[in-house]
Design a protein around this ligand. Structure first.
Ligand SMILES: [Ca+2]
Length: 428
């Protein structure tokens, strides 16, 4: 097993959290001395709510019951459209307002957003969007200015006080601690950073993000903490923990469970994934960064998980990115020296450029949030189908010269996925 405190520290940190090599280079930077974002040109507004109770509680799911009614079964392997034939949509009077091209200064460097056709997706959005909540199970809550008013301090599921770094085991404060605390912040920002003329642009800039802490300060994740965090995030009951008032329909896991062999999906994680899927939440996971078959990893190798690996800007698999039949599709995760540019409070100049499948998965989570914002009743299998069948084929039809090293159906295509969703009444 891994030595978390000696010479294997780096390897341990690369374990639970799906960081690429360059992702650690900023980990030890000072928090206090680096301004996050340029000053506002308008008067400052009230500080972001950081309590577990945000001002607008808009649960997307009905109140939890001990035995939630199961949703209709859908095979993940069947295309969504034939599974439930829909009648043609009547001509819609809803104006197509669209989101304009962001003016955020980092946007020009966000090649990853262009790579998934986001401008085409944003342009298709109607004026009125359904509220969407995404849970990020990761290093915990950071009050990111990119998510002001939309980021929720969820719950701290790290049960081992020695690894939690906050003096206690599980508690109601999910605040991140330690040098890796930026990881959840960055994942959340990729999903939902505001289009506000500052910092970066996010994929779903109106989505709400619930930060659920499952990683210790060592970056490692206990499988039971992960399983309980998954259930809680989707609004299911967890013994000894108050029910989540902001249940999420999309759960982003840029991690894998430690302390278990990497040979199959851990049964505890699988049971939790199945439970939240039945509840109507889609689990999206990074494939991990060992350059290996993802099928042995939890959750990447689990049933009902949309597993996402990385591609470079050229649209091919970086050597670190896991591959194989467990992988559903690819999204930009960058590579060493050419990562994903993001806002981060503790990054140099308020910016980081990490790489890894940690940063590929939230692309799919963000696009899934856009899909739910226009089709709020889409089921996990339908979301999965929309995302995978609309993916852009890899250059030459494969992500890697080795045909065994597959990366799913292609690279995430936000514009095509949204177009397909809007062309259907599924989930309306
Ligand atoms: Ca921004």
């Amino acid at each position: 097993m891994k030595n978390r405190f000696g010479g294997q520290l780096r390897a341990a940190l690369l374990g639970g959290l799906l960081l690429g090599g360059a992702g650690l280079s900023f980990a030890a930077q000072s928090i206090a001395t680096i301004p996050a974002l340029p000053p506002r040109s308008t008067p400052p507004t009230a500080p972001a709510p950081v309590s577990p109770k945000p001002p607008s509680t808009l649960p997307e799911l009905p109140p939890v019951s001990p035995a939630p009614a199961p949703l209709p079964e859908l095979s993940p392997t069947k295309p969504a459209a034939p599974a439930r034939p829909s009648t043609p949509a009547p001509a819609s009077p809803i104006p197509r307002a669209g989101l304009p091209r962001p003016t955020d200064p980092l946007y020009a460097q966000q090649w990853n957003l262009r790579a998934i056709g986001l401008e085409g997706a944003w342009a298709q959005l109607p004026a009125v969007l359904s509220p969407v909540t995404v849970a990020v199970l990761d290093t915990g809550f950071i009050a990111s200015p990119e998510l002001t008013g939309r980021v929720i301090n969820g719950y701290d599921f790290v049960s081992d006080a020695a690894r939690a770094g906050d003096g206690t085991g599980r508690d109601a404060d999910a605040a991140g601690a330690g040098a890796l605390a930026y990881h959840a912040e960055v994942v959340g920002n990729i999903i939902g950073a505001a289009h506000d003329g500052r910092g970066m642009a996010g994929i779903a800039p109106r989505a709400r993000v619930v930060q659920v802490r499952v990683a210790g300060t060592d970056g490692l994740i206990d499988p039971q903490d992960l399983a309980d965090g998954l259930r809680w995030a989707a609004g299911l009951t967890v013994a000894g923990v108050p029910t989540n008032p902001n249940p999420a329909r999309i759960l982003n896991l840029s991690l894998y469970a430690d302390f278990v062999p990497l040979t199959r999906c851990d049964v505890r994680v699988q049971a939790a994934v199945d439970a939240v899927t039945a509840r109507g939440a889609l689990v999206i996971a990074g494939a991990a960064n060992d350059g290996k078959d993802a099928s042995g990893y939890s959750p990447a190798g689990c049933r009902n998980v949309l597993t996402v690996t990385s591609v470079s800007e050229a649209g091919v698999r970086p050597s670190y990115a896991n591959w194989g039949r467990a992988v559903a599709l690819a999204a930009p995760g960058g590579e060493v020296g050419h990562g994903v540019v993001v806002s981060s409070l503790t990054g140099m100049g308020g910016v980081r450029e990490p790489n890894g499948t940690s940063f590929a998965a939230p692309h799919a989570a963000g696009v899934a949030a856009l899909l739910l914002s226009v089709r709020p009743k889409l089921l996990p299998a339908q979301l999965r189908s929309l995302l995978t069948r609309t993916a852009t084929p890899f250059p030459g039809g494969r992500c890697d010269s080795d045909p065994a090293r597959t990366c799913g159906t292609g690279t995430l295509n936000a514009s095509a996925a949204l177009q397909a969703a809007l062309a259907s009444t599924l989930g309306k």
